[in-house]
Design a binder for this molecule. Structure first.
Ligand SMILES: [Zn+2]
Length: 68
């Protein structure tokens, strides 16, 4: 999945983070892609933390959709 932003013609950095669903605690291996200039910046790290804090796996996301 693409994380953050990738500019046109920018070099793409691929990285892996272990993300855990905040609802069912299922661990999901996250194969992510990001643009070179954004990767590992302060903003990037902040966004990644935020992303991990709010992550829902596909199953929980579907459940939420039904409930809403
Ligand atoms: Zn879940």
């Amino acid at each position: 999945m693409i994380f953050g932003k990738i500019e046109k013609n920018e070099k793409i950095i691929k990285f892996n983070v272990e993300i855990q669903c905040v609802n069912c605690y299922k661990k999901v291996p996250g194969g992510m892609k990001s643009g070179e200039t954004y990767f590992n910046t302060q903003e990037f790290n902040k966004d990644l933390e935020e992303f991990k804090k709010t992550y829902h796996c596909g199953i929980c996301r579907d459940k939420k959709r039904v409930r809403d």
